[in-house]
Ligand binder design. Structure first.
Ligand code: UTP
Length: 313
């Protein structure tokens, strides 16, 4: 094999997963005008920005090296994961230890790294921006606006990667009329009830063209072989470079070329906070589970729903 071919041939990696990549450079057009100057990932879920939950999930899955893909108008994300000396000093002088702790929580959470995407040319392009930081390591991708109830899913995906190699996607069963909102997977069972082999992936298919009702949600574990594939991936749906298209290519490749994609079937709760209705559901759900808020909120919510019902009836 010539030196050239050796360099360009995608290679699979057997290193452990230690790094998380969090793409957060999208324009957030579904949430305008709120996202004109504020990143959608910084919208609060009760009193914490959505993206802090995502970083907490990565850390809970033992991934303390977090690379955030950011862009213009995203400075507040970096500030949030940094020290805030003036604020901390003011709280310390007041002796407000509880708030001081809450402010300090985000800066000690993980080893944060940042890279800018420049043009937001799609999720695949955002992931490609992580190539220099990630190198030959397999890595997790957690979408910055997608909240998953617990870190169990990501832990299981890392386990599956360690067991089978290749890449791993998270799959959630959706209603047939919803498949066109997601990337959808063609799947075959394995010996493990929660793990499938992915045979095909289609980004936002029409319901009649969807290979199944199993949709990709915002957690991935990628083999570094995805980088050379992304480099060659032309813009797909919406004129964007799609991670789904690169993973479809890997699903067709042999294991020795970084190929094979498994899916972990997820049956828990997941929230797309970049979508208005889901964002509101997330805030209500999280608030109702908070001991400091539930006692006040739940009776009001019940009364509100009854009042709405009476008005409509
Ligand atoms: P979305 O599909 O939600 O796209 O991205 P978007 O552009 O952010 O939002 P809308 O559709 O215009 O409302 C999913 C995740 O991928 C990131 C986003 O920040 C989000 O966390 N992303 C998307 C990038 O980092 N770069 C991109 O070019 C596109």
């Amino acid at each position: 094999m010539s030196a050239d071919t050796e360099q360009t041939r995608p290679r699979s990696s057997s290193l452990p997963v230690t790094k998380a990549v969090v793409p957060a450079a999208g324009l957030g057009t579904r949430f305008l005008p709120a996202t004109k100057a504020t990143p959608k990932e910084m919208l609060p879920i009760v009193d914490k920005p959505a993206i802090q939950y995502v970083v907490e999930e990565a850390v809970a899955a033992t991934l303390r090296d977090v690379l955030m893909i950011t862009g213009r108008n995203k400075r507040s994300i970096e500030d949030h994961f940094d020290r805030a000396y003036e604020l901390e000093e003011a709280l310390a002088i007041k002796g407000d230890d509880e708030r001081l702790r809450s402010v300090r929580e985000s800066d000690g959470l993980a080893q944060m790294h940042y890279v800018r995407q420049g043009d937001p040319r799609g999720l695949g392009h955002a992931v490609l921006c992580a190539a220099a930081h990630v190198g030959d390591n397999p890595f997790a991708v957690l979408l910055g606006d997608d909240l998953i109830e617990s870190a169990d899913l990501l832990r299981r995906m890392i386990e599956v990667r360690e067991e089978y190699g290749g890449s791993v996607v998270a799959l959630m069963e959706v209603e047939p009329e919803q498949v066109s909102l997601y990337g959808c997977a063609g799947i075959e069972p394995t010996d493990e009830p929660d793990v499938v082999t992915v045979t095909d992936l289609v980004e936002k298919p029409a319901p009649e063209q969807a290979p199944s009702r199993w949709a990709i949600i915002g957690r991935y574990v990628c083999d570094p072989a995805v980088f050379p594939v992304l480099q060659e991936t032309p813009p797909g749906r919406g004129g964007e470079i799609q991670l789904t298209d690169a993973l479809r290519e890997l699903a067709r490749r042999k294991p020795e070329d970084g190929g094979t994609v498994r899916g972990v079937l997820f049956r828990g709760r997941r929230y797309d906070t970049g979508n208005k209705a889901d964002y509101i559901r997330t805030v209500v759900d999280f608030a109702c589970r908070r001991p400091d808020l539930a006692a006040e909120l739940l009776p009001w919510l019940r009364e509100f729903v009854d009042r709405q019902g009476a008005q409509q009836g």
